[in-house]
Design a protein around this ligand. Sequence first.
Ligand SMILES: CC(C)(COP(=O)(O)OP(=O)(O)OC[C@H]1O[C@@H](n2cnc3c(N)ncnc32)[C@H](O)[C@@H]1OP(=O)(O)O)[C@@H](O)C(=O)NCCC(=O)NCCS
Length: 232
Amino acid sequence: MEVDAPPVTTIREWRSCLDAAELARSDGFYFDADRITYIGAHWLLRNALAATGGLPPSQWRFVTGRHGKPQIDAALGRSDLCFNLSHSKGLVACAVATGVAIGIDVELISSTRAEFDIASRYFGVDEIALLRSKPPDEQSQTFFRLWTLKEALIKATGEGLHRALDSFSFSLDPTAVTFRSGDVEQAGAWVFFEYRPTLRHAMAVAMRLSTAQPVRLSILRIHPLDGSVASQ
Ligand SMILES: CC(C)(COP(=O)(O)OP(=O)(O)OC[C@H]1O[C@@H](n2cnc3c(N)ncnc32)[C@H](O)[C@@H]1OP(=O)(O)O)[C@@H](O)C(=O)NCCC(=O)NCCS
């Protein structure tokens, strides 16, 4: 869902389904744009859960996992539902899945010229080589594909930055992950999905399957003003 400068009435409506903790966090943002993005993201999450899980948006309650990953409060009896949330400038996204660990990341694609500095700090050697192999006009896009995939994976496991970002490596076209030897993760159990929600944004979803199973994925774009839903 795009969240560029919604009217005050829309922000008020989004706020109305948030709980006290979310409202307190939203009040702590210094910049209006960050506050609005946060409120929009949590409204989106609550509505996505309501559409999937049968409770009204305001009744979902959350607990925080070991490394900070929010999860549904087990007392609601919907522990089978997994979700993840991501915000970037101008766009918020959430992913909801049943019985599958899931992570999502969205990033604003910008040509900062810092791609190689960041990549050399955080990426695996194969990823840096892949980035260097691309012509200059494809490097930003390749960088953000790798970045969103890496973030989506560490968000699916819930480890966040507790997992070293060079402990696994992505190849592209086709998208696949390799884990450093000795790592307990099973590369074959992962499914990835990449999408460009706008011309300015990159998005990746990572899912860890417990068994080989077919995956059906729906992408829905939510209109920020009237909440209408369009299938992509
Ligand atoms: C917190 C982190 C998991 C994602 O942060 P991020 O990419 O800056 O932010 P996103 O908007 O994509 O995700 C934030 C949301 O993830 C969720 N989240 C928080 N901790 C999480 C965790 N351990 N696992 C999964 N999801 C988590 C929360 O819902 C959070 O939103 P909220 O605070 O509004 O509830 C972590 O990976 C991080 O800080 N990354 C920094 C980015 C970076 O340096 N990347 C290096 C290049 S690859």
